[in-house]
Design a protein around this ligand. Structure first.
Ligand code: HSE
Length: 439
């Protein structure tokens, strides 16, 4: 049986999971691949930190270059994260003719184009199943399972931390700040939670799915990104009253004139599959022209789910290496990395999108105010579906006015809001959240 040697760079949580799976599922992996996956060396800057697995001392080094320069290593698994040193490791490994497996969505969102071009030039594979949706096999689904389709839309709950926070806020009526502290204490959110709660992590993942589904590399900085810091228990409660939940969605839609792409909180109708994705779970709802609506669901993070995706890439590549080691000269069975699109498809500006909206204004409770607000919307051609106004205070005062609109152009909505803000006493409270009608 041929042996495929693996070098693991980064033995943190996911790296420990990889070591564990390679040990505990050794036999089934050998049966499935026809090759032996041998973890030859492990590089980590902190060999003494506490881990859920024991690291074999003789395999351990603090110098990742040793792995990259080791001619006997076939596959480098990069689990360092970030876009600086990790890029050096990935590029160095590819330049040395090694296949790479990475979970690094930030790296691929920013440098995917050059990394894949280099890998093609060097004739090596880059596996990145763990970069989106943790253990959910969305990457191979996008590469193979949906290959017969024109993808029409993607709606992903792809950041577990944000989904956990929004779920807790919904269930307990708590403030964002309090739940964030709880999420940090429970180990869901990082000490610096900005990538998670500001939508950046989900946008990294979205750009990878856009590359796979539409064959284009977006300029990452151009994706519209909003996080969940501005979501209040009040909006969650009004949304609930209207039959919706608020979720942080990563969305891509195919239009005749281009691609809509954005990460933002949205109202999702209760009773739909996406609305029921709670806690730290992830789900990706994909609609293809042939297959129709589909949804993949599972753990988007964590030691074993993410390691499951990493090892699946190593298995895929090892099988391929095995086939040409056993039959030299035979064409390999490589799966396509992505479908290149010769026709460039522009990214549509958010202001040129059409959506339904949830609006909340803080307005003085006196005659004519609601009329003035609806007048502003009407003048911009925005049609109202329903209105809620509650909590009249004795002697006037401010009250929330909630309006649900029919489909409207975002440009028109923004200009109507500008007008309403000119007469509202507290324009800082004006809120708009898009409504996404998915099944
Ligand atoms: N921090 C991510 C999340 C997991 O909260 O979903 C890694 O992609």
């Amino acid at each position: 049986m041929s042996v495929v040697n693996i070098g693991l760079i980064g033995a943190g949580t996911v790296g420990s999971g990889v070591i564990k799976i390679l040990n505990q599922n050794k036999d089934i992996i050998e049966k499935r691949t026809g090759v032996r996956l041998n973890l030859k060396k492990i590089a980590d800057t902190d060999p003494d930190r506490k881990r859920p697995v024991r690291l074999p001392k003789k395999k351990l080094t603090t110098d990742a270059r040793e792995l990259i320069e080791d001619d006997s290593i076939d596959i480098i698994i990069e689990l360092v994260g970030g876009t600086k040193i990790a890029k050096d490791f990935v590029v160095g490994a590819i330049e040395n003719g090694k296949h790479v497996v990475t979970a690094n969505k930030a790296l691929l969102a920013h440098h995917g184009k050059s990394i894949f071009a280099l890998a093609s030039k060097m004739g090596v594979e880059v596996g990145f199943e763990a970069s989106v949706g943790g253990g959910i096999p969305i990457i191979k689904s996008a590469q193979v399972g949906y290959a017969a389709n024109n993808i029409l839309s993607i709606h992903g709950i792809m950041n577990g931390t944000s989904n956990y926070i929004l779920s807790k806020m919904t269930d307990e009526g708590s403030d964002f700040d309090d739940v964030l502290k709880l999420a940090q204490a429970e180990g869901y959110a990082e000490a610096d939670p900005s990538f998670d709660v500001d939508g950046i992590d989900a946008a990294h993942k979205l750009s990878i799915l856009i590359m796979l589904s539409f064959g284009i590399f977006l300029d990452f900085g151009k994706i519209h990104v909003e996080g969940i810091r501005g979501i209040t228990p009040l909006d969650i409660s009004f949304a609930g009253e209207l039959g919706y939940k608020i979720k942080l969605l990563a969305i891509a839609k195919s239009r005749a004139d281009g691609i809509e792409a954005g990460v933002y909180p949205a109202l999702v109708r209760m009773g739909t599959q996406l609305a029921d994705v709670s806690d730290a779970f992830n789900a990706i709802y994909v609609v293809g022209d042939a297959v129709g609506p589909t949804m993949l669901y599972g753990m988007g993070a964590g030691m074993m789910p993410t390691a499951s995706a990493v090892v699946s890439d190593a298995i895929q590549i090892a099988k391929e290496i095995g086939s040409y080691k056993n039959s030299p000269g035979k064409a390999n069975n490589s799966i396509p990395r992505f479908y290149d699109n010769t026709k460039s498809r522009p990214l549509i500006k958010m202001s040129d999108t059409t959506n339904k909206y949830y609006l909340r204004f803080q307005a003085e409770d006196r005659p004519g105010v609601l009329g003035k607000i609806t007048g502003c919307l009407g003048r911009k051609g925005i049609s109202i579906e329903s209105v809620i106004q509650k909590g009249r205070h004795l002697g006037g005062g401010d009250v929330p006015v909630v309006i649900m609109t029919h489909e409207a152009r975002e440009k028109d909505l923004l200009s109507a809001i500008k007008e309403t803000n000119s007469f509202l006493s507290d324009k800082s409270k004006t809120t708009f959240i898009r409504i996404e009608e998915v099944q």
